[in-house]
Ligand binder design. Structure first.
Ligand SMILES: [Zn+2]
Length: 220
C-alpha cells in the first residue's frame, strides 16, 4: 500500500497527537455528550484574531463552553440588515437566537495590530483590496479624535483606542434588536475586557462607568 503524501504542517500533527492522548482522552465523555446533546456554550466572546489572545486559553475553558467570534481588532459592526456579507453579525445572530447565549464579552488586547492600523489610516494597504483599512474604518470617528490629541504619546493612543473600541463594539451590539430587547428585559448581559499580553493582566469593564479595572480574583 503506498503511503499518501502530505505537506500538512508537522507542528499541527504533533499537537493533534498530544491533544488526542491528553486532553481528548481526559474529556472523551464530555466530547461524546456534546456530540449527542449539542452545544450549550455559556458565553459569546468577540475577540481579535491575534494568536496571543485566544479566549479559550485565557479563560481556561473546555470544549462547548465558549462560542467565539474572532476578527481583526474584535470589532462589532452596527446592525445593517442588507445583502452584504456580515460574518460577525451572522455569528451574533446564531449565538443569541439559536444558542440562547445570554452573556456576551467583547475582549480587546494590548499591542493590537488592527487598532494600530486604525490609528494610521494613511498607511500603505497590505493588498489592493485594503480589507483591513476598510474594516477598521468602523473606528474612524474615535480614531480621529485620538489622533488629534497632542497630549498623548503613541503608546497612550494605542491603549486608549484599544479600550475605546471595546466600548464602541458594545454600543454596536446594542443596535441589534435581539440584543437590545433581551438586555432591556434583564435577560442578557454585555461585558467588556482588555487583556495585556505582556503581563497576562486581565482588565474588566465597569458596566456603569465604562472604566477598566482589575478584578480581585484576577490579581496574581
Ligand atoms: Zn488584535
Amino acid at each position: 500500500m503506498c503511503k499518501a503524501m502530505s505537506n500538512f504542517p508537522s507542528r499541527l500533527l504533533e499537537g493533534y497527537q498530544t491533544f488526542m492522548s491528553g486532553r481528548y482522552a481526559d474529556e472523551r465523555d464530555r466530547y461524546r455528550q456534546l456530540a449527542e446533546t449539542g452545544q450549550e456554550p455559556h458565553t459569546l466572546v468577540i475577540s481579535c484574531c491575534d494568536s496571543r489572545a485566544a479566549p479559550e486559553t485565557i479563560f481556561d475553558c473546555g470544549p462547548g463552553e465558549l462560542f467565539v467570534v474572532r476578527n481583526v481588532a474584535n470589532l462589532v459592526p452596527p446592525y445593517e440588515p442588507d445583502d452584504n456579507l456580515h460574518a460577525t453579525s451572522a455569528a451574533l445572530e446564531f449565538a443569541v437566537q439559536a444558542l440562547k447565549i445570554r452573556e456576551i464579552l467583547v475582549m480587546g488586547h494590548g499591542r493590537c495590530g488592527g487598532i494600530k492600523a486604525a490609528l494610521d489610516p494613511d498607511a500603505t494597504p497590505l493588498s489592493p483590496g485594503d480589507f483591513i483599512g476598510n474594516w477598521v474604518k468602523l473606528l474612524k470617528p474615535a480614531a480621529q479624535q485620538i489622533q488629534d490629541s497632542q497630549l498623548m504619546t503613541g503608546g497612550e493612543r494605542q491603549i486608549a483606542l484599544e479600550r475605546i473600541s471595546i466600548r464602541n463594539s458594545m454600543a454596536n451590539l446594542r443596535t441589534f434588536p435581539c440584543v437590545k430587547i433581551l438586555e432591556e428585559q434583564g435577560k442578557l448581559r454585555i461585558h467588556g475586557a482588555w487583556f495585556d499580553i505582556s503581563s497576562g493582566e486581565l482588565w474588566v469593564m465597569d458596566s456603569k462607568t465604562g472604566d477598566f479595572f482589575r478584578p480581585e480574583t484576577a490579581e496574581a
